[in-house]
Design a protein around this ligand. Sequence first.
Ligand code: SF4
Length: 348
Amino acid sequence: MNERAPREFVFELRVCQWAERAWPPNETRECPVVVARQLGTQYRRWDTVVVECDPEGLERRANFGQRELDSDLLHVVRNAPAEWAWYRDALPYPGYPWRYVREAVHQAAGRDLVETRRRGNRIELRRKWAYPDWVERIVAIENKPDLDASAARSLAPQLERDVALALADEVWVATRQTGSTVEPALLEDVPIEAGILTVSPDGAGADVAWLPRSLAVDEPGTRILERPDGGPADHSAARFEYVDVDWLDRKRLEIAERAYGRGWRSYVDSMRPDCRHFRLQPERTGVLPWCDAKECAQTASECSGRCGDFEPEPPVWRTRGWPIEGGPGKAIQRLLDRRRRRVRPGLE
Ligand code: SF4
């Protein structure tokens, strides 16, 4: 592969590939994992997310289909009763108008997640399956292929916020292995609660340079809103607020659901696999997107209809020798989707 400047996007995909295959680092895997990228909350987006799952729970999660369940659907499926009941009796008041809950109940029925029936003016529901406890731990990884001292310094405030909030059980920084040991000065700049993972340039292996501390996800977290910049003239106080455990629990499950639905291969959904120059380049441990026109691994942002080299695949590719549903672009999407489903046991 043409190793142009180390590109964060490619590094990120390699970290995801490695995590799906080999998480946890330097240990034997005891539970299945679901890996995704670019997930988080409105305040913070992590590069890579690893959800460690209860094996049986993960299999039972498949009853609810491959698509993610958003917060409204989770409210319905987690509280749907075993026996028929009016939805307002069965579901706890969510803090917003009931008409939105009714909408979510219809949506859940439309996706075959619950059963509904009408009794006079009332909509009743009952569950098809109990929503399982499938999430054990959530691990957040920040990818910094070139983690020099200045990158570590600018990353530190973000990591300190992650540690204070404790939305993830562990926070890591993944960096590219250089062959030399990680400088002690660099370790000083990264909060000691965050782990450091060094990933081989081809993404085939990874080592632990520093072990993270497990964060107290079952206690209220602290959201740092503002902090002094630390300069000699800065006498301002930090501003923060507490975040209750219910909020943390809800957000963790929403993140896990998004990870389940999207996985990390969803990058292809925001690229142009229908361009004649797009292909998947095999590597030692998987495949990465590759652009024949640019002769490099393209990023999601450059691979769009606005790209100067974009050329739609010729219509003839879609009719001769290719599946009826479409040409190579569609075949690439199906291939990645099959691989995503393979690591979601229980899906049809
Ligand atoms: S030419 Fe542009 S649109 Fe086509 S695959 Fe390459 S980067 Fe993507």
